[in-house]
Design a binder for this molecule. Sequence first.
Ligand code: UD1
Ligand code: CA
Length: 452
Amino acid sequence: MTVRPIVLAAGVGKRMRSSLPKVLHPICGRPMIRYVLAALEEAGLAQPVVVVGRGAEAVQAEVGDGATFVVQAEQKGTAHAVLVGLEAVGEAEAVLVLYGDVPLLTAATLRRLVAHQEDARPGITLLTAHLPDPTGYGRVVRGAGGLVERIVEEADATPGERAIGEINAGTYVFDPALLREGLGHVRPANAQGEYYLTDVIAWALQSGARVDALAVSDHLEVLGVNSRRDLARAEAAMRVRLLVRLMDGGVTVVDPQATYVHAGVVVGEETVIHPGSSLEGQTRVGRGCVIGPHARLVDAVIADGVTVVASTVVQSTVGEGSRVGPYSHLRPGSRIGRRVEIGNFAEVKNSTIGDGTKVHHKSYLGDATVGQRVNIGAGTITCNLRDRSGKKWPTVIEDEAFIGSDTMLVAPVRIGRGASTGAGSVVTKDVPAGAVAVGVPARVIRHSRVGG
Ligand code: UD1
Ligand code: CA
């Protein structure tokens, strides 16, 4: 059966009180519409038609090539949106309609819905759920023999109808001819003055078509995001899903309630994530790491056996067996080698740190290239910004150099291999390999006999 999906994403999202189109609000780091499209793709339902309106360009830019876009210039309701979407559908044996604000729907449920339509060939198959709190959703009104009669929106429902716990998930498979005809009969005679897609159900039944309803058991799947409260609920539910996936993959999550992960984060087996940690963006963590308590990793690439405690790592890489923190900040562009120690209150920005180097105690390395087995003394600072021009100057520290406590390295400057600086020195000129420089400004007091 050829199935063409239509995703409705043109709505104003008034209840979000936001200038960002609703379907672009992130859930676990990803715009919610991307989850809907991912579920479609996973279910093998290709080339969806996405109906955009509010913030059309932004939505289109986010979704990219995988969809056909149709603009619903004025948001007159879900029936009108589907009518607009149908223009781009072309030949299909079934039309699957789903809403861009229902991010937790799974590919398995979509497959089930489509399979039912294919096997039983009703006019419409719709998805429902029994919710403990159905507030805000359209209710499924059933008549004699428990058959679906119609869907009533909350705003139009009687108190009796509002007591119904079965809701319309907003996911349906339609026979295209029936859908087209039904849309022509929808009138905006309701509390919101909108063309409701849900009115097609009652019309179809009256005109003798069969409507089947499938219920989904996990009611979180059908959670629709209309407000920031819903957004937080969706985030929590999605987070649980992502954490379960990590745990099933051999990761220990000490306290899932206090651990935050984005979709797309990868973590290796035997890694332990402690509470208060947030793994964001495209972060990848290796095997056997200890992350947290209180680590924030943003687009970080962490090799095997690394420890990151109470520190922030942004767009940086950390090599095997290294240790970061507590209270360190790796800013974008930092490449930390293997078995490196980045200790208390160390800040590193756009720098390369070689294997076995130790960076401890309240130091700042910016735009620096640091070799292997270097010791960076307490309070060492690279003075990479010399004037108001904003230009940053590089510092090079070669292998096995020993930088004394409180050294100011006034860039551009190079500390040669095996060279040392005295405590409190202000280094304004290059220090040759093996030499010792001290003072303010630093003078070389001893040259290496071997010359490095
Ligand atoms: C809708 C259903 C309701 C169901 C609920 C499930 C209707 C009339 N009601 O209510 O029965 O329980 O979803 O979550 O369908 N949209 C457009 N163009 C428009 C209007 C809406 O593209 O003109 C899009 C919105 O961007 C949104 C989706 O359609 O993604 C649903 O619209 P929304 O206003 O959120 O409907 P609900 O009130 O949640
Ligand atoms: Ca909604």
